[in-house]
Design a protein around this ligand. Structure first.
Ligand code: FES
Ligand code: FES
Length: 163
């Protein structure tokens, strides 16, 4: 597509201001992965079903494969890379590692974003709330029990950090 048919996309992505030209039909997922090299966010189904591409847009979980980049223009976007900008893992990431909640890891970025979203809203979630939160996230490997355990452990760790 000629450059003149591209449009300016501006957003705060993981705390950094970004301004680039995008195609009007380019998804947020394509822009994150192909233009900004933020390849932590995965493309599974590409149809809004698996949850692998989940990011937060202005604090709300969105399927980046179904969201046009221009729909997120002017927004704050959080991807898995923004959970732990330094060298320390976030509590969610640490818990996933410690509880064996990662096997192939393909679903993990979306699961971590879902966990982060839940724990911000609900610092002490019941197991049922954790299961509801990840209900739209498909994992082909773990059977979910370890992911649920990890999210519960992350909640305890976060609480201890703030005690
Ligand atoms: S890649 Fe977006 S929901 Fe599956
Ligand atoms: S760890 Fe492989 S898909 Fe979830």
């Amino acid at each position: 597509m000629p450059e003149r048919e591209r449009m300016i996309f501006r957003a705060e992505i993981n705390g950094e201001e970004v301004e680039i030209l995008v195609r009007p039909n380019q998804t947020l997922l394509e822009v994150l992965r192909d233009e900004l090299d933020l390849t932590g966010t995965k493309e599974g189904c590409g149809e809004g079903v698996c949850g692998a591409c989940t990011v937060l847009v202005d604090g709300l979980p969105r399927r980046a494969c179904l969201t046009l980049a221009l729909e997120a223009d002017g927004s704050r976007v959080l991807t898995v890379e923004g959970l732990a900008p330094g060298r320390e893992l976030s509590p969610e990431q640490r818990a996933f590692v410690e509880h064996g909640a990662i096997q192939c890891g393909f679903c993990t970025p979306g699961m971590l974003i879902a966990a982060h979203d839940l724990l911000r809203r609900e610092p002490r979630p019941e197991e049922a709330a954790i299961r509801r939160q990840i209900a739209g996230h498909v994992c082909r490997c773990t059977g979910y029990a370890k992911i649920v355990e990890a999210i519960a452990a992350a909640a305890r760790d976060k609480e201890a950090d703030h005690a």
